[in-house]
Design a protein around this ligand. Sequence first.
Ligand code: FAD
Length: 332
Amino acid sequence: MEGTQPATNQPNDPWLIVGQGLAGTCLAWEFLRRGVPFRIADRGRGGSSRVAAGMVNPITGKNFQPSWRIGEFHPSAISFYQRIEEILGAPLWHPMPILRLASSEKERDKISSKLALPEVAPWIDQRTALAPPGFLAAFGVSGGGWLDTAGYISRSRAHFESLGLYAEETCESAPKQILCQGAAGLIAGGLGDHRCAKGEILTLRADWQQSHIRIGAGGWLVPIGDGLFRVGSTYEWDQLDESPTPAGLERVRQIATKLGGADFKVVAHVAGIRPILRRSEPLIGKDGNGNWAFNGLGSKGTLYAPGMAVMLADWILLEKAPHPDFIISTTS
Ligand SMILES: Cc1cc2nc3c(=O)[nH]c(=O)nc-3n(C[C@H](O)[C@H](O)[C@H](O)COP(=O)(O)OP(=O)(O)OC[C@H]3O[C@@H](n4cnc5c(N)ncnc54)[C@H](O)[C@@H]3O)c2cc1C
Protein backbone atom coordinates (compact mmCIF):
# COMPACT_ATOMS: atom_id res chain seq x y z
CA MET A 1 0.00 0.00 0.00
CA GLU A 2 2.91 2.34 -0.66
CA GLY A 3 2.00 5.92 -1.49
CA THR A 4 -1.27 5.91 0.49
CA GLN A 5 -1.98 8.73 2.87
CA PRO A 6 -1.86 8.19 6.63
CA ALA A 7 -5.25 7.44 8.12
CA THR A 8 -7.00 10.35 9.75
CA ASN A 9 -9.75 9.56 12.18
CA GLN A 10 -12.72 11.46 10.79
CA PRO A 11 -15.59 10.34 12.98
CA ASN A 12 -18.16 10.13 10.16
CA ASP A 13 -16.13 8.10 7.65
CA PRO A 14 -16.77 4.37 7.80
CA TRP A 15 -13.73 2.18 8.36
CA LEU A 16 -12.59 0.12 5.40
CA ILE A 17 -11.33 -3.33 6.37
CA VAL A 18 -9.05 -4.53 3.56
CA GLY A 19 -8.92 -8.34 3.38
CA GLN A 20 -11.48 -10.87 4.54
CA GLY A 21 -9.41 -13.77 5.85
CA LEU A 22 -9.62 -14.77 9.49
CA ALA A 23 -8.19 -11.43 10.62
CA GLY A 24 -10.52 -9.17 8.63
CA THR A 25 -13.57 -11.37 9.24
CA CYS A 26 -13.11 -11.41 13.02
CA LEU A 27 -12.53 -7.65 13.08
CA ALA A 28 -15.64 -7.07 10.97
CA TRP A 29 -17.77 -9.15 13.37
CA GLU A 30 -16.34 -7.20 16.30
CA PHE A 31 -17.14 -3.85 14.62
CA LEU A 32 -20.63 -5.11 13.84
CA ARG A 33 -21.15 -6.11 17.48
CA ARG A 34 -20.09 -2.63 18.62
CA GLY A 35 -22.19 -0.80 16.02
CA VAL A 36 -19.13 0.77 14.37
CA PRO A 37 -19.66 1.95 10.76
CA PHE A 38 -17.46 -0.06 8.39
CA ARG A 39 -17.20 -1.75 5.03
CA ILE A 40 -15.07 -4.72 4.13
CA ALA A 41 -13.32 -5.52 0.84
CA ASP A 42 -11.55 -8.62 -0.39
CA ARG A 43 -10.04 -9.51 -3.71
CA GLY A 44 -11.96 -12.80 -3.54
CA ARG A 45 -9.12 -15.18 -4.30
CA GLY A 46 -6.10 -16.65 -2.60
CA GLY A 47 -5.28 -16.13 1.05
CA SER A 48 -4.36 -18.59 3.70
CA SER A 49 -7.74 -18.81 5.45
CA ARG A 50 -9.40 -20.34 2.39
CA VAL A 51 -7.09 -23.38 2.53
CA ALA A 52 -6.33 -23.71 6.28
CA ALA A 53 -7.41 -26.76 8.26
CA GLY A 54 -8.64 -24.45 11.02
CA MET A 55 -7.23 -26.69 13.72
CA VAL A 56 -6.70 -25.52 17.30
CA ASN A 57 -4.12 -27.50 19.26
CA PRO A 58 -3.35 -26.09 22.72
CA ILE A 59 0.00 -27.92 23.17
CA THR A 60 2.17 -27.80 20.08
CA GLY A 61 5.51 -28.56 18.45
CA LYS A 62 8.40 -30.87 19.04
CA ASN A 63 8.77 -29.37 22.51
CA PHE A 64 5.15 -30.04 23.47
CA GLN A 65 4.72 -26.42 24.55
CA PRO A 66 1.48 -24.58 25.33
CA SER A 67 0.65 -22.12 22.53
CA TRP A 68 1.58 -18.51 23.33
CA ARG A 69 -0.90 -17.04 25.87
CA ILE A 70 -3.22 -19.99 25.35
CA GLY A 71 -5.06 -19.30 28.61
CA GLU A 72 -6.27 -15.92 27.29
CA PHE A 73 -6.87 -16.71 23.65
CA HIS A 74 -8.45 -20.18 23.82
CA PRO A 75 -11.64 -19.31 25.74
CA SER A 76 -12.17 -16.07 23.85
CA ALA A 77 -11.79 -17.81 20.47
CA ILE A 78 -14.27 -20.57 21.29
CA SER A 79 -16.92 -18.21 22.63
CA PHE A 80 -16.39 -15.87 19.66
CA TYR A 81 -16.99 -18.62 17.08
CA GLN A 82 -19.95 -20.01 19.01
CA ARG A 83 -21.57 -16.56 18.96
CA ILE A 84 -21.08 -16.32 15.18
CA GLU A 85 -22.46 -19.85 14.74
CA GLU A 86 -25.63 -18.71 16.48
CA ILE A 87 -25.95 -15.62 14.28
CA LEU A 88 -25.29 -17.54 11.06
CA GLY A 89 -27.23 -20.64 12.11
CA ALA A 90 -24.47 -22.98 10.91
CA PRO A 91 -21.99 -25.24 12.70
CA LEU A 92 -18.48 -23.84 12.27
CA TRP A 93 -16.45 -24.82 15.37
CA HIS A 94 -16.04 -28.58 15.83
CA PRO A 95 -14.50 -29.53 19.19
CA MET A 96 -12.47 -32.73 18.90
CA PRO A 97 -9.95 -34.42 21.19
CA ILE A 98 -6.36 -34.66 20.00
CA LEU A 99 -4.03 -37.65 20.05
CA ARG A 100 -0.41 -36.54 20.16
CA LEU A 101 1.63 -39.48 18.86
CA ALA A 102 5.28 -40.26 19.61
CA SER A 103 7.27 -42.35 17.16
CA SER A 104 10.59 -42.56 19.06
CA GLU A 105 11.60 -43.18 22.66
CA LYS A 106 13.15 -39.70 22.80
CA GLU A 107 9.91 -38.06 21.72
CA ARG A 108 7.84 -40.20 24.10
CA ASP A 109 10.13 -39.35 27.02
CA LYS A 110 10.15 -35.64 26.25
CA ILE A 111 6.34 -35.49 26.19
CA SER A 112 6.07 -37.66 29.31
CA SER A 113 8.43 -35.32 31.19
CA LYS A 114 6.14 -32.37 30.53
CA LEU A 115 2.78 -33.83 31.42
CA ALA A 116 2.79 -32.67 35.03
CA LEU A 117 4.01 -29.11 34.38
CA PRO A 118 1.45 -26.60 35.69
CA GLU A 119 1.07 -24.92 32.28
CA VAL A 120 0.65 -28.27 30.47
CA ALA A 121 -1.33 -30.44 32.90
CA PRO A 122 -4.71 -28.66 32.46
CA TRP A 123 -4.68 -29.59 28.75
CA ILE A 124 -3.86 -33.26 29.24
CA ASP A 125 -6.61 -35.82 28.85
CA GLN A 126 -5.65 -38.42 31.46
CA ARG A 127 -7.58 -41.27 29.87
CA THR A 128 -5.22 -43.90 28.48
CA ALA A 129 -4.97 -43.69 24.74
CA LEU A 130 -3.89 -46.57 22.51
CA ALA A 131 -1.06 -45.77 20.11
CA PRO A 132 -1.94 -46.66 16.51
CA PRO A 133 0.43 -48.92 14.52
CA GLY A 134 3.82 -47.31 13.88
CA PHE A 135 3.79 -45.20 17.06
CA LEU A 136 5.24 -45.91 20.49
CA ALA A 137 2.85 -43.84 22.56
CA ALA A 138 -0.26 -41.68 22.35
CA PHE A 139 -1.11 -38.76 24.64
CA GLY A 140 -4.55 -37.20 24.85
CA VAL A 141 -4.77 -33.40 24.59
CA SER A 142 -8.01 -31.60 25.38
CA GLY A 143 -9.29 -28.23 24.15
CA GLY A 144 -8.67 -29.12 20.50
CA GLY A 145 -10.92 -28.94 17.49
CA TRP A 146 -11.25 -27.37 14.09
CA LEU A 147 -13.00 -24.40 12.60
CA ASP A 148 -14.55 -24.71 9.16
CA THR A 149 -12.53 -21.69 8.06
CA ALA A 150 -13.73 -21.69 4.45
CA GLY A 151 -17.35 -21.89 5.67
CA TYR A 152 -16.74 -19.17 8.26
CA ILE A 153 -15.30 -16.85 5.59
CA SER A 154 -17.95 -17.51 2.92
CA ARG A 155 -20.95 -17.44 5.26
CA SER A 156 -19.66 -14.29 6.95
CA ARG A 157 -19.22 -12.69 3.55
CA ALA A 158 -22.80 -13.51 2.60
CA HIS A 159 -23.98 -12.00 5.89
CA PHE A 160 -21.95 -8.79 5.42
CA GLU A 161 -23.20 -8.53 1.83
CA SER A 162 -26.78 -8.90 2.98
CA LEU A 163 -26.23 -5.93 5.30
CA GLY A 164 -24.68 -3.85 2.48
CA LEU A 165 -21.28 -3.87 4.19
CA TYR A 166 -19.26 -5.30 1.33
CA ALA A 167 -17.20 -2.82 -0.68
CA GLU A 168 -16.94 -3.68 -4.35
CA GLU A 169 -13.27 -2.85 -4.52
CA THR A 170 -10.43 -1.67 -2.35
CA CYS A 171 -10.06 2.08 -2.32
CA GLU A 172 -6.39 2.60 -1.57
CA SER A 173 -6.93 6.23 -0.63
CA ALA A 174 -9.74 5.54 1.89
CA PRO A 175 -8.70 7.59 4.92
CA LYS A 176 -9.61 5.03 7.57
CA GLN A 177 -8.37 1.66 6.40
CA ILE A 178 -7.37 -1.36 8.41
CA LEU A 179 -5.13 -3.70 6.44
CA CYS A 180 -5.83 -7.37 7.12
CA GLN A 181 -4.08 -8.68 4.03
CA GLY A 182 -2.27 -11.74 5.37
CA ALA A 183 0.85 -12.89 3.55
CA ALA A 184 0.03 -10.74 0.49
CA GLY A 185 0.40 -7.67 2.68
CA LEU A 186 3.62 -8.87 4.30
CA ILE A 187 5.23 -9.75 0.99
CA ALA A 188 4.25 -6.35 -0.46
CA GLY A 189 6.11 -4.67 2.43
CA GLY A 190 5.00 -2.10 4.99
CA LEU A 191 5.39 -4.26 8.09
CA GLY A 192 9.12 -4.93 7.90
CA ASP A 193 10.80 -8.31 7.72
CA HIS A 194 8.63 -11.39 7.50
CA ARG A 195 9.13 -15.15 7.59
CA CYS A 196 6.08 -16.23 5.57
CA ALA A 197 5.92 -19.97 4.86
CA LYS A 198 4.05 -21.76 2.12
CA GLY A 199 2.10 -24.85 3.13
CA GLU A 200 0.39 -27.59 1.14
CA ILE A 201 -2.56 -29.59 2.40
CA LEU A 202 -4.64 -32.52 1.11
CA THR A 203 -8.25 -33.53 1.56
CA LEU A 204 -8.60 -37.33 1.58
CA ARG A 205 -11.37 -39.86 1.57
CA ALA A 206 -10.62 -42.88 3.77
CA ASP A 207 -12.30 -45.45 5.96
CA TRP A 208 -10.41 -44.40 9.11
CA GLN A 209 -11.47 -43.72 12.66
CA GLN A 210 -12.98 -40.24 12.98
CA SER A 211 -12.98 -39.65 16.72
CA HIS A 212 -9.67 -37.77 17.15
CA ILE A 213 -7.34 -35.33 15.48
CA ARG A 214 -3.99 -37.11 15.14
CA ILE A 215 -0.72 -35.19 15.45
CA GLY A 216 2.68 -36.81 14.89
CA ALA A 217 5.20 -37.84 12.21
CA GLY A 218 5.74 -34.15 11.41
CA GLY A 219 2.13 -33.51 10.49
CA TRP A 220 -1.55 -33.76 11.42
CA LEU A 221 -4.72 -35.48 10.33
CA VAL A 222 -8.11 -33.90 10.97
CA PRO A 223 -11.38 -35.83 10.42
CA ILE A 224 -13.95 -33.43 8.95
CA GLY A 225 -16.90 -35.82 8.64
CA ASP A 226 -18.45 -37.98 5.91
CA GLY A 227 -15.28 -40.07 5.56
CA LEU A 228 -13.16 -37.02 4.72
CA PHE A 229 -9.90 -35.94 6.34
CA ARG A 230 -7.59 -32.99 5.99
CA VAL A 231 -3.90 -33.74 6.29
CA GLY A 232 -0.83 -31.53 6.26
CA SER A 233 1.38 -29.86 5.97
CA THR A 234 4.60 -28.69 4.34
CA TYR A 235 6.75 -25.65 5.23
CA GLU A 236 8.55 -23.88 2.39
CA TRP A 237 10.15 -20.44 2.78
CA ASP A 238 11.68 -19.79 -0.65
CA GLN A 239 8.87 -20.41 -3.11
CA LEU A 240 6.13 -18.11 -1.81
CA ASP A 241 3.27 -18.83 -4.18
CA GLU A 242 -0.10 -20.52 -3.80
CA SER A 243 0.44 -23.35 -6.32
CA PRO A 244 0.33 -26.99 -5.18
CA THR A 245 3.44 -28.97 -6.22
CA PRO A 246 4.22 -32.66 -6.90
CA ALA A 247 6.82 -32.57 -4.09
CA GLY A 248 4.23 -31.18 -1.66
CA LEU A 249 1.75 -33.87 -2.71
CA GLU A 250 4.30 -36.59 -2.06
CA ARG A 251 5.34 -35.18 1.34
CA VAL A 252 1.74 -34.88 2.57
CA ARG A 253 0.88 -38.34 1.22
CA GLN A 254 3.71 -39.70 3.39
CA ILE A 255 2.30 -37.95 6.45
CA ALA A 256 -1.15 -39.35 5.68
CA THR A 257 0.21 -42.87 5.33
CA LYS A 258 1.95 -42.67 8.70
CA LEU A 259 -0.99 -41.13 10.54
CA GLY A 260 -3.87 -43.00 8.94
CA GLY A 261 -2.71 -45.79 6.64
CA ALA A 262 -2.00 -46.42 2.98
CA ASP A 263 -5.60 -46.82 1.88
CA PHE A 264 -6.93 -43.39 0.92
CA LYS A 265 -7.98 -41.34 -2.08
CA VAL A 266 -6.84 -37.73 -2.56
CA VAL A 267 -9.82 -35.51 -3.34
CA ALA A 268 -8.19 -32.07 -3.13
CA HIS A 269 -4.71 -30.56 -2.97
CA VAL A 270 -4.26 -26.87 -2.14
CA ALA A 271 -1.53 -24.47 -1.02
CA GLY A 272 -1.42 -21.20 0.88
CA ILE A 273 1.06 -18.89 2.56
CA ARG A 274 1.14 -18.49 6.32
CA PRO A 275 1.58 -14.83 7.32
CA ILE A 276 4.50 -14.95 9.75
CA LEU A 277 6.12 -11.95 11.45
CA ARG A 278 8.76 -11.46 14.13
CA ARG A 279 8.48 -14.25 16.73
CA SER A 280 5.55 -15.95 14.97
CA GLU A 281 3.14 -13.95 17.07
CA PRO A 282 0.13 -11.98 15.83
CA LEU A 283 0.59 -8.21 15.78
CA ILE A 284 -1.58 -5.10 15.49
CA GLY A 285 -0.80 -1.39 15.11
CA LYS A 286 0.28 1.07 12.43
CA ASP A 287 2.32 0.17 9.35
CA GLY A 288 5.10 2.29 7.82
CA ASN A 289 2.46 4.39 5.99
CA GLY A 290 0.43 5.13 9.09
CA ASN A 291 -2.37 2.67 8.26
CA TRP A 292 -3.77 0.37 10.90
CA ALA A 293 -2.81 -3.27 10.28
CA PHE A 294 -3.59 -6.69 11.73
CA ASN A 295 -1.30 -9.47 10.60
CA GLY A 296 1.14 -12.21 11.64
CA LEU A 297 -1.43 -14.88 12.50
CA GLY A 298 1.13 -17.47 11.40
CA SER A 299 0.10 -21.12 11.72
CA LYS A 300 -2.47 -20.40 14.43
CA GLY A 301 -4.92 -17.93 13.00
CA THR A 302 -7.96 -19.79 14.32
CA LEU A 303 -6.77 -19.43 17.89
CA TYR A 304 -5.54 -15.84 17.76
CA ALA A 305 -7.78 -13.96 15.30
CA PRO A 306 -10.80 -13.41 17.60
CA GLY A 307 -8.86 -12.16 20.64
CA MET A 308 -6.62 -9.93 18.54
CA ALA A 309 -9.66 -8.46 16.77
CA VAL A 310 -11.20 -7.49 20.11
CA MET A 311 -7.87 -5.98 21.21
CA LEU A 312 -7.55 -3.98 17.98
CA ALA A 313 -11.11 -2.70 18.26
CA ASP A 314 -10.40 -1.59 21.85
CA TRP A 315 -7.30 0.24 20.68
CA ILE A 316 -8.80 1.98 17.64
CA LEU A 317 -12.14 2.87 19.18
CA LEU A 318 -11.39 3.29 22.87
CA GLU A 319 -7.71 4.24 22.64
CA LYS A 320 -6.94 1.33 24.94
CA ALA A 321 -3.41 0.36 23.84
CA PRO A 322 -2.50 -3.33 24.14
CA HIS A 323 0.55 -4.80 25.84
CA PRO A 324 3.72 -4.00 23.80
CA ASP A 325 4.04 -7.73 22.96
CA PHE A 326 1.10 -7.30 20.58
CA ILE A 327 2.23 -4.10 18.83
CA ILE A 328 3.73 -3.91 15.34
CA SER A 329 7.19 -2.41 15.19
CA THR A 330 8.19 -1.49 11.65
CA THR A 331 11.78 -0.97 12.77
CA SER A 332 12.36 -4.56 13.94
C1 FAD B 1 -1.58 -25.19 4.51
C2 FAD B 1 -1.99 -24.33 5.68
C3 FAD B 1 -2.64 -24.94 6.75
C4 FAD B 1 -3.02 -24.17 7.84
N1 FAD B 1 -3.67 -24.78 8.86
C5 FAD B 1 -4.01 -24.05 9.93
C6 FAD B 1 -4.68 -24.66 11.03
O1 FAD B 1 -4.96 -25.85 11.02
N2 FAD B 1 -5.02 -23.87 12.08
C7 FAD B 1 -4.75 -22.54 12.11
O2 FAD B 1 -5.08 -21.87 13.09
N3 FAD B 1 -4.12 -21.92 11.10
C8 FAD B 1 -3.74 -22.65 10.02
N4 FAD B 1 -3.09 -22.05 9.00
C9 FAD B 1 -2.76 -20.63 9.13
C10 FAD B 1 -3.97 -19.72 8.84
O3 FAD B 1 -4.39 -20.02 7.57
C11 FAD B 1 -3.58 -18.25 8.97
O4 FAD B 1 -3.10 -17.98 10.27
C12 FAD B 1 -4.76 -17.32 8.70
O5 FAD B 1 -5.57 -17.83 7.71
C13 FAD B 1 -4.30 -15.95 8.31
O6 FAD B 1 -5.42 -15.14 8.14
P1 FAD B 1 -5.29 -13.67 7.57
O7 FAD B 1 -6.65 -13.09 7.58
O8 FAD B 1 -4.22 -12.92 8.29
O9 FAD B 1 -4.74 -13.85 6.08
P2 FAD B 1 -5.48 -14.47 4.76
O10 FAD B 1 -6.31 -15.61 5.12
O11 FAD B 1 -4.41 -14.66 3.79
O12 FAD B 1 -6.44 -13.30 4.33
C14 FAD B 1 -6.02 -12.13 3.71
C15 FAD B 1 -7.09 -11.72 2.71
O13 FAD B 1 -6.76 -10.41 2.21
C16 FAD B 1 -7.06 -10.38 0.83
N5 FAD B 1 -6.28 -9.29 0.26
C17 FAD B 1 -4.93 -9.14 0.24
N6 FAD B 1 -4.63 -7.97 -0.34
C18 FAD B 1 -5.79 -7.36 -0.69
C19 FAD B 1 -6.14 -6.12 -1.32
N7 FAD B 1 -5.21 -5.24 -1.72
N8 FAD B 1 -7.44 -5.84 -1.52
C20 FAD B 1 -8.40 -6.71 -1.12
N9 FAD B 1 -8.14 -7.89 -0.50
C21 FAD B 1 -6.84 -8.20 -0.29
C22 FAD B 1 -6.66 -11.78 0.35
O14 FAD B 1 -7.28 -12.08 -0.85
C23 FAD B 1 -7.16 -12.65 1.50
O15 FAD B 1 -8.50 -13.03 1.29
C24 FAD B 1 -2.72 -22.77 7.87
C25 FAD B 1 -2.09 -22.18 6.80
C26 FAD B 1 -1.72 -22.94 5.69
C27 FAD B 1 -1.04 -22.27 4.54
